[in-house]
Design a protein around this ligand. Structure first.
Ligand SMILES: *Cc1c(COP(=O)(O)O)cnc(C)c1O
Length: 381
């Protein structure tokens, strides 16, 4: 729709950037399940495409909307968040050096350790919330990529995106941000200097715990971006068109979901901050949380739906509380409309660094009174 006035991201998301089918008047895009595309009698492609491992009109719709939401030049969907992250690192050359956040989603750390480092990536993990530590780890002219997650699983440590971008760029490296936990409803890393953004679209972007998907968004059409596209085409971790369509549908309500979850999380964090059954609340929205000021600067509209509670009394008290919840669902993953609770140390086992008194909450959009009452009864006694 070329005659539309410029509009805010909330409008863009709700309206899928003004989608309207000129032929039918449909206001919802179709699903294109076709895996292959016909050629004409001169053997030219009729619609400009040949095969759905390369692209597909349904992916393109979702990629277009996501690129707009992140303020990027382009987006690329993947079969999962981890596939997107793997493609980003594999677009480097074996032997290239990267610096990554020490606090990050456990699956990314395992991917680095078990797949990418054996493949040839050289990689240092540092506390990127500490910009001095990041500056020390980045090797000018050698480091190709700085990869940070903020707020980071499951401590919600905050990395200063603009500060990290300045350090990366001064050394000739690119900055990639895993923006899964904030989502573009709260943070747009490209506006703060990031070159690339990755997502587990399984989480807030889709938001209904019914799709596994991932994405990379780029600030500019670079050689590295082209290489990421080659890797998706050649290695094949594409998303199915039905999943891409569900993701499109989920993104329409991104802002309202993320804000509702964030408002609930803020209330829960404030309620349990200083509570006798809780040793520590880890949530960037609390003024006493390290990184709160940076989060307030680079996030807009709240601090997100993710928080962790460190239970007073250690592992046993944490396990007793998690066994007693009745509204929170004991499950992994995050970013859905329903509230989930997880004992990360059990999941990460001996490889993990998460304290065993920590319960990670993915706060949903239920009535916050119900959520607080559930946690209160679970922690009582
Ligand atoms: C879940 C998650 C991933 C991995 O995404 P999948 O869709 O599960 O492959 C990566 N980063 C973060 C921050 C996540 O929460």
């Amino acid at each position: 729709m070329d005659d539309r006035p410029p509009c805010r991201p909330e409008t863009l998301a709700a309206r899928l950037d003004g989608y309207l089918c000129g032929d039918t008047g449909a206001i919802v895009p179709p699903i294109h399940p076709s895996s292959t595309y016909a050629r004409d009698a001169d053997y030219a492609q009729i619609g400009g495409r040949g095969y759905s491992r390369d692209d597909n009109p349904t992916y393109l719709q979702a990629e277009h909307v996501l690129a707009q939401l992140e303020g990027g030049a382009a987006a690329m969907l993947f079969a999962s968040g981890i596939a997107a992250i793997a493609a980003l690192f594999q677009a480097l050359q074996p032997g290239d050096h990267a610096v990554v956040s020490r606090d990050m989603y456990f699956g990314t750390a395992k991917l680095l350790r078990e797949v990418l480092i054996p493949w040839g990536l050289r990689c240092d993990m540092v506390d990127t919330a500490d910009l001095d530590a990041l500056r020390d780890a980045v090797k000018p002219g050698v480091t190709k990529l700085v990869f940070v997650e903020t707020p980071a699983n499951p401590t919600w440590a905050v990395t200063d995106i603009a500060g990290a971008a300045a350090i990366a760029h001064a050394a000739g490296a690119l900055l990639a941000v895993d923006n899964t936990s904030a989502s573009p409803a709260l943070c747009r890393p490209i506006a703060h200097g990031a070159d690339l953004v990755v997502h587990s679209a399984t989480k807030y972007l889709n938001g209904h715990s019914d799709v596994v998907a991932g994405a990379v968004v780029t600030a500019a059409d670079t050689k590295l971006w082209q290489r990421i596209g080659r890797i998706r085409f050649l290695a094949g971790p594409v998303l199915g068109p039905f999943e891409a369509w569900l993701l499109l549908r989920g993104m329409r309500t991104l802002f309202i979901r993320v804000r509702a979850a964030g408002a609930n999380a803020q209330r829960i964090a404030e309620h349990f901050d200083g509570h006798k059954a809780i040793a520590q609340v880890c949530y960037p929205g609390l003024p006493g949380f390290p990184g709160h000021a940076i989060a307030a600067r680079q996030m807009e509209g709240g601090f997100g739906g993710m928080l962790s509670l460190r239970v007073a009394g250690g592992r046993d008290a944490a396990m007793r509380a998690i066994s007693r919840v009745r509204i929170f669902i004991r499950a992994t993953s995050l970013g859905g409309v329903e509230s989930l609770i997880e004992h990360r140390a059990t999941i990460e086992k001996e490889d993990g660094t998460v304290p065993d008194d920590l319960l990670r909450l993915s706060v949903g959009i239920e009535a916050v009174e119900d959520l607080i009452a559930d946690l209160e009864q679970a922690l009582a006694g």
